[in-house]
Design a protein around this ligand. Structure first.
Ligand code: NI
Length: 182
């Protein structure tokens, strides 16, 4: 089932998230809905707060990024209760966008590599290290669980520049090409 994506201005994006307890949430069904939502919206990552759920879970799907980021073609997985283990000192800059902020893309500086602990859909723990674009997606989605969006991380000058765009999304004046809630 395709879920509506909550846009900037929705309280759900700024709420603290709760750990997911096994048996409490049907994570397999939710992940399947989130993948379907992501594919329909042509995105590469989606966090639970973006579909209005204040729980610590996100999914990534880089399978459509193949041409630009060949290392992402097999990068499709769910992260439950993720915890950052370490971040590299080395940083990189990429232009990011977000399904909750249609029409906005800005350069964001982030650590180049992340090591993260998380549970899979069977609640089995894993620890993995991701670098470059995979690390970027994981950090962007993890931010959503901390009630952040990527524009929180841009310079005050750039923030000033996109102030009206953000205000328009929050006021419901922006139209997205996918199913959304504003
Ligand atoms: Ni996002």
């Amino acid at each position: 089932m395709i879920l509506p994506i909550y846009l900037y201005g929705q309280a759900a994006l700024r709420k603290a998230t709760e750990p997911v307890e096994q048996g409490e949430v049907d994570v397999k069904q939710l992940a399947s809905d989130m993948y379907e939502t992501l594919t329909a919206a042509e995105g590469c990552g989606l966090a639970a707060p973006q579909v209005g759920l204040s729980i610590r879970m996100f999914v990534v799907d880089g399978t459509e990024l193949g041409e630009d980021y060949p290392d992402c073609v097999d990068f499709k997985q769910a992260f439950i209760n993720p915890e950052i283990v370490s971040l590299s000192d080395e940083q990189s800059t990429y232009s990011e966008g977000c399904l909750s902020l249609p029409g906005i893309s800005e350069n964001v500086v982030r650590p180049k590599t992340i090591t993260i602990r998380y549970q899979d859909l069977d609640f089995k723990w894993h620890e993995d290290t991701f670098t470059d674009f995979k690390a970027r997606i994981v950090q962007h989605e993890y931010d959503h669980l901390e009630a952040h969006v990527f524009t929180d991380r841009i310079s005050p000058l750039r923030k000033q520049f996109i102030k009206n765009k953000l205000a328009n999304i929050a006021k419901g004046k922006t139209v997205a090409r996918y199913k959304y809630k504003r």
